[in-house]
Design a protein around this ligand. Structure first.
Ligand SMILES: *[C@@H]1O[C@H](CO)[C@@H](O)[C@H](O)[C@H]1NC(C)=O
Ligand SMILES: *[C@@H]1O[C@H](CO)[C@@H](O)[C@H](O)[C@H]1NC(C)=O
Ligand SMILES: *[C@@H]1O[C@H](CO)[C@@H](O)[C@H](O)[C@H]1NC(C)=O
Ligand SMILES: *[C@@H]1O[C@H](CO)[C@@H](O)[C@H](O)[C@H]1NC(C)=O
Ligand SMILES: *[C@@H]1O[C@H](CO)[C@@H](O)[C@H](O)[C@H]1NC(C)=O
Ligand SMILES: *[C@@H]1O[C@H](CO)[C@@H](O)[C@H](O)[C@H]1NC(C)=O
Ligand SMILES: *[C@@H]1O[C@H](CO)[C@@H](O)[C@H](O)[C@H]1NC(C)=O
Ligand SMILES: *[C@@H]1O[C@H](CO)[C@@H](O)[C@H](O)[C@H]1NC(C)=O
Ligand SMILES: *[C@@H]1O[C@H](CO)[C@@H](O)[C@H](O)[C@H]1NC(C)=O
Ligand SMILES: *[C@@H]1O[C@H](CO)[C@@H](O)[C@H](O)[C@H]1NC(C)=O
Length: 501
């Protein structure tokens, strides 16, 4: 029984690793186009590149946009809009034609990795529900015919409202009225090696909870222990709404015997502006807190309480504020950027590499990665101040950077001096993976970090001999190798456990 559990988890992990090929968790961005001054596709692609955004979802398959994304390495999820679902779901030939025009014509120059068939069809367009599974199958068979079914997944995004009773997550189930579509759809996803696309909006869960869900719980902020949500059936602790919803989806699938379909969050975000009287929580502060915490949470490969360490790739909603969207004020203000590419706010990110960095100053710092192992940090610190030739005098007692006297704070200072001393060259912010690049200036009090307010690093004499400096720098690639190691470790632990049970 324990070994059965372990075996099941092992297979789950292997299935998920296969589903995500060689990729760990990543952050993508949705690109809505309801803007009165929509930037040209070239400008969109330039913004994506400058922000190091490597995964996007389009709501259609606009040929001009796809042309601009060609040869950028950016992976793209294209969509069959709801308006086209009827035609595609009614005719194999129409579906084959759709794939020929919108997928086959653009690969491999455009790295299309998924087709999202419709958008929240079961809740937004219930009349079309009977056509959903045929549409998925037709699109899939056209991809099979084009020999693209291995690299391009077919799925359909759902509103999380199809999951009922999502707290405690272990009791969640899919709205049974939808079973006639949901069950064959999940079987299709499982047999085709695809994933469940889920839209997760803690903002709405919080609003609709009538005060039951604390704002902090929606925003990934720490809760006092007496407010922590514990699932009484599994004793799993939930520290945020996002994890609870993703796990609810896993439990709801398990309830239907679907155990090999991973979850990808296709939309999640928080509006930064709304009607001040009726949408008081749509603020820059909340949006920044939510998206910053979400990005860190996802890239950290924390996984969820039910599946720790299993990546949950997530697409932020959305790239641009869409001023033409109808509805309440906040509908227009979910964007990370305005139409000219100016950020709505500066995300507080460490450990995200250059992703979504405020690029206007182009200034970056190298700091200790959050939650990094203290022994490795100490080793990196010792190395930097020793063989790395960093001037660490500011870290001695009585000097500007002595306080706070912690390994993490001192390592951050030394890592950053090293990084700037070598001209921020690639590979100089690694330190066995415990260092991360950030755009947030870590200077404090009278302790000025190199790169801050014109302070220059002392030029270091040449060598790029940082520990493992031949590894990649701490971009999302770094996160990826971290993930692979983690999964490998889990698998090794499981295997060794199996031998002895
Ligand atoms: C396409 O995207 C996938 C998933 O992000 C990635 O693994 C692959 O390397 C990309 N291919 C190219 C040619 O960029
Ligand atoms: C649909 O088209 C594909 C080729 O695009 C073909 O392999 C498949 O058999 C067709 N299915 C039906 C039901 O006609
Ligand atoms: C379940 O789905 C049906 C059909 O879409 C809908 O009418 C009903 O309101 C849903 N139930 C709940 C509790 O959301
Ligand atoms: C799930 O599998 C179990 C055991 O194989 C079976 O008893 C049960 O009926 C299945 N449930 C569904 C919804 O298929
Ligand atoms: C990152 O992961 C580590 C361990 O996996 C965990 O201790 C830490 O709290 C996580 N940090 C965030 C911001 O989720
Ligand atoms: C980028 O960050 C700097 C420093 O925090 C800030 O002064 C500047 O306004 C930001 N740029 C944008 C476009 O937000
Ligand atoms: C910002 O930095 C990148 C990489 O270091 C460089 O290619 C780019 O030209 C810089 N942009 C500006 C405006 O300095
Ligand atoms: C920093 O370095 C740049 C280029 O080497 C130089 O022009 C600038 O004056 C330096 N600034 C300070 C404060 O030393
Ligand atoms: C750098 O190394 C060269 C040759 O090894 C030496 O001549 C020079 O003095 C060194 N510079 C510094 C600042 O240590
Ligand atoms: C990079 O590191 C690996 C393992 O640490 C080592 O085997 C390899 O020789 C290194 N390559 C270079 C170019 O230093």
């Amino acid at each position: 029984m324990r070994s059965m559990e372990a075996l099941r988890l092992l297979f789950f992990l292997l299935a998920l690793s296969a589903a995500f090929a060689d990729e760990g968790a990543y952050i993508g961005v949705n690109i809505g186009t309801a803007l009165s001054n929509m930037p040209s596709p070239t400008m969109v692609a330039a913004l994506l590149k400058s922000q190091q955004i490597r995964h996007v979802r389009l709501y259609d398959a606009d040929p001009a946009m796809l042309a601009a994304l060609a040869n950028t390495g950016i992976s793209v999820t294209v969509s069959v809009p709801n308006e086209q679902l009827l035609a595609v779901g009614q005719s194999n030939a129409t579906a084959a034609n759709w794939v020929a025009r919108n997928v086959v014509a653009h690969v491999p120059a455009v790295n299309i990795t998924a087709v999202a068939v419709g958008s929240e069809v079961l809740t937004a367009l219930p009349n079309a529900a009977p056509l959903l599974v045929p549409a998925l199958r037709y699109i899939y068979s056209a991809l099979v015919a084009a020999n693209l079914d291995r690299v391009i997944k077919v799925s359909t995004p759902h509103s999380s409202s199809v999951i009922l009773d999502s707290f405690p997550p272990s009791q969640a189930f899919f709205n049974r009225t939808l079973d006639s579509v949901m069950v064959p759809m999940l079987k299709f996803l499982q047999s085709s090696g695809s994933y469940l696309m889920l839209n997760v909006y803690p903002y709405y869960d919080y609003l609709q909870s009538n005060g039951i869900i604390p704002l902090d719980y929606a925003l990934f902020r720490p809760l006092p222990p007496n407010k922590e949500a514990v699932d009484a059936n599994t004793l799993l602790h939930y520290t945020n709404v996002f994890d609870a919803v993703v796990d609810a989806a896993y439990f709801a699938m398990t309830y239907l015997n679907i155990t090999k379909v991973p979850v990808v969050v296709l939309e999640s975000g928080w509006p930064h502006k709304g009607d001040p009287t009726t949408e008081a929580d749509a603020t820059v502060d909340n949006a920044n807190t939510y998206n910053s915490n979400l990005i860190r949470h996802v890239l950290n490969n924390t996984g969820t309480p039910k599946h720790p360490g299993v990546p949950v790739p997530t697409y932020i909603y959305e790239l641009y504020d869409e001023d033409l969207r109808p509805g309440v004020t906040s509908e227009k203000f979910w964007g990370l950027f305005d139409a000219t590419g100016v950020p709505a706010y500066n995300l507080h990110l460490t450990g995200s590499g250059m992703l979504l960095a405020n690029d206007t100053t182009n200034q970056t710092f190298c700091v200790a990665r959050e939650g990094a192992d203290e022994k490795l940090l100490q080793a990196g610190l010792d190395w930097a101040c020793g063989p790395g030739k960093v001037d660490c005098s500011a870290l001695t007692q009585g000097q500007a950077c002595y306080d706070p006297d912690s390994v993490e704070a001192h390592a951050s200072y030394a890592f950053n001096e090293y990084y700037h001393g070598l001209g921020m060259a690639s590979g100089t912010c690694y330190f066995s993976g415990v260092a991360a690049i950030t755009t947030t200036d870590p200077s404090h009090d009278s302790c000025l970090f190199s790169g801050s307010g014109g302070r220059n690093g002392t030029s270091l004499n040449g060598t790029l001999l940082a520990p493992s400096s031949n590894s990649t720098s701490a971009t999302s690639n770094g996160a990826h190798s971290f993930y692979s190691k983690l999964v490998l470790q889990i698998i090794q632990v499981l295997l060794s456990g199996l031998l002895f049970w």
